[in-house]
Each structure stands twice: as C-alpha cells, then as structure tokens.
Design a binder for this molecule. Structure first.
Ligand SMILES: NC(=O)c1ccc[n+]([C@@H]2O[C@H](COP(=O)([O-])OP(=O)(O)OC[C@H]3O[C@@H](n4cnc5c(N)ncnc54)[C@H](OP(=O)(O)O)[C@@H]3O)[C@@H](O)[C@H]2O)c1
Length: 315
C-alpha cells in the first residue's frame, strides 16, 4: 500500500477520552480515511485496535503508523515495544514505525511543563544509532514495512543518513502555515523522505504544557481567513490544503464526524490556486507550538536547545 495523502491523528491532547478517539477511528475508516497515526505514549492503542476491528475495514486497506516512546530506547526494548503495539492494535505488522523523539528523555502522560526525566541528556548520535539499528532489524523481520523519525532536525538527519543501512521513509514533524520549516521540508524531499505534518491546524486544544504566551494561531490569520471566507470553508481546511499541496501529509485529529469529513474532503477537492499558495507561503511566523520543554536536560538553556537552530547538534 502506498502512503495515503491524509491520516487521522489519535493524540487526545490529555482531554479527549480513549473511547472518543476510538470512535473517531471507526468514523474515519468508515468514511474513507486510510491512515491512522498512533503512538504507544497516547495510551489508547488497545482501544484503537478494537476500533479498527469493529470498523470492518480490511487490514490491507489501512496504513498504520506507530511510534517508539522515549523510555524504550534500550537495545532490547525496541522489539518489545513494537510487539506490544502490534498486540494492542491487533495486527502483525505496521506500515510505518517511527522513533518518536531522538532522545531517551521521556515524560509521564499528562505531566506539566516543569516535568523532567531524571536521566535526560542531549542527542547522542551513537546512542541513537543503537535504536536505529534495532529499528532496521524490525524491517528485516517483517514486523514493520518502513521506519522513520519524528521531531528530528536537519543536522541530526544528516548524521542519520550518513550512518544508516535503511533510510528513514518519513519524518513526522510539526508543520502548519505559521510553522512552515521550508528549508527542512525541502531537504527531506530532496532526500526522498516524506514529511508528515503534525498539529496541521495548529493544535487549538493542545495540552497546557505546550502553551506559551508567544504562541499565535493561523486560524485567525487575516490572509488565511480571507481565503477560507472566499471559499466558504473553515480555516482548518485551508491549513490542510496548504499541507497537501506542499507535499506534506497532514494528520489532523478530530472527534467530530463533520470535521472528519470536511478535513478529508479538503485534500481531495478544490485545491488552492498558485496565487493563494504564494500568499500563504509568506505568512509563516516560525511559531513552534510543541517546544518540548519536558525533554530538556540539566544544563540546557531553554527549549531552543532541542532544535539545533544554529545548524549544530546541541550538546
Ligand atoms: N510525532 C509527534 O511528536 C506528534 C506531536 C503532536 C501530535 N502528533 C500527531 O498529530 C496529530 C494531530 O495533532 P494535534 O492533535 O495536536 O493537532 P491538530 O490536528 O492540529 O488539531 C486538533 C484539533 O483541531 C480540531 N479540528 C480538527 N478539524 C477541525 C475542523 N475541520 N474545524 C475545526 N476544528 C477542527 C479538533 O477538534 P474537533 O474534535 O472538535 O474536530 C482538535 O481539537 C495528533 O493527534 C498526533 O497523532 C504527533
């Protein structure tokens, strides 16, 4: 199966219940979605597995993505983790398995912004390659069809591409009109790596730990709203069209059947004009929402250290 052009997000942002997410999976699959973005840390893979079964949609018509959580970076943990996910999702393979973050620094579910994992450390390439080599073995053994990364930066990706045996198929990353990461997206595409965009509509209901006073939302951007109004659609749909037409696979989350339908429709109908795309390319505010404060290590200045903004891997 080739990767679909839109997927369903399943992170309940600490307030949408597992049952509501499971229901959204059934609604989505029955209304034509073919891709579900899962992660063990979302704590709902069992419910999603049951929902997939209940949907009646055949396994080979669904693209399932899973993610290795940060507390499972030990050499023996990678396989253990995917086996648990396969059992919870009631399947014997994943289409794509991602390393959720390039650090072993984890946070407990529903933590607040001050939470830090005790052994948090910066990116250590040799350690990451141990994880990646285990990921490669999962492909060899047919447990997953493709492997990829998430929350990487360009310098980290360069190191990985230099040393990997199996290249990442995709990188899942924050992407929306106010956070376009144009240089990194071009780099990925030039290297044949698919950008999957999370928080594609700016995650309006994200957890408290991922909110700061500087955050701004494209949903109230005058240019984006103007385009939405001229087409009589919600600004969320313009965000999804923007992603789709920029070669990004968006994975919006929704527990509302009407939104599920309009989101799917937005990437299959009425594309933006070149003029609209050009106008949207200029509204970027470099506004990262998922800053990752909870993954910081002792001695790190602030969340910018996670993102190698000066082109070097932070130590
Ligand atoms: N790899 C990573 O580290 C990472 C990080 C964050 C997220 N993710 C993945 O990306 C997915 C999406 O990100 P996200 O959930 O944070 O944010 P998002 O998809 O940008 O936003 C979800 C919110 O938008 C609302 N919404 C969806 N469609 C809408 C529409 N057509 N009109 C109005 N409101 C709409 C939803 O509410 P309703 O229920 O009312 O529709 C929900 O509150 C996650 O669920 C997860 O699978 C991955």
């Amino acid at each position: 199966m080739t990767i679909p052009s839109i997927g369903l997000g399943t992170f309940g942002s600490d307030h949408v219940s597992n049952e509501a997410v499971a229901k959204s999976v059934i609604d989505a699959l029955q209304s034509g979605y073919q891709m579900i973005d899962c992660a063990s840390v979302y704590g709902n893979e069992k419910e999603i597995g049951a929902a997939i079964e209940k949907s009646g949609v055949e396994r080979d018509k669904i693209w399932l993505t899973g993610k290795l959580w940060n507390d499972m970076h030990g050499k023996d943990d990678v396989r253990k983790s995917v086996l648990q996910t396969l059992s919870d999702l009631k399947t014997d393979y994943l289409d794509l398995y991602l390393v959720h973050w390039p650090f072993p620094n984890y946070h407990p579910p529903k933590c607040d912004v001050s939470s830090r994992s005790p052994n948090a450390r910066p990116y250590i390439h040799e350690e990451f390659m141990v994880v990646w080599n285990e990921m490669e073995k999962l492909v060899d053994d047919g447990l997953v069809r493709n492997i990829g990364t998430s929350n990487m930066t360009m310098p980290k990706m360069e190191r990985l591409l230099a040393d990997c045996r199996i290249r990442p198929f995709a990188n899942e990353m924050e992407l929306h009109p106010y956070f376009q990461q144009q240089e990194f997206v071009s780099y990925l595409k030039n290297n044949g790596i698919i950008p999957i965009g999370f928080c594609p509509i700016g995650s309006p209901e994200r957890p408290e730990r991922d909110r700061t006073e500087e955050d701004v939302s494209e949903l109230s951007d005058p240019i984006l709203r103007g385009i939405a109004e001229s087409r009589h659609v919600h600004p969320a749909e313009i965000c999804l069209k923007w992603a789709n037409q920029n070669g990004i696979i968006p994975i919006p989350q929704s527990a509302n059947p009407k939104h599920l339908a309009s989101n799917l429709n937005s990437v299959t109908h009425d594309p933006l004009t070149d003029q609209e795309l050009s106008a949207l390319s200029k509204i970027d505010k470099n506004c990262r929402l998922i800053k990752g404060q909870v993954f910081l290590w002792e001695g790190a200045k602030d969340w910018h250290a996670l993102w190698d903004e000066d082109g070097r891997i932070a130590k």
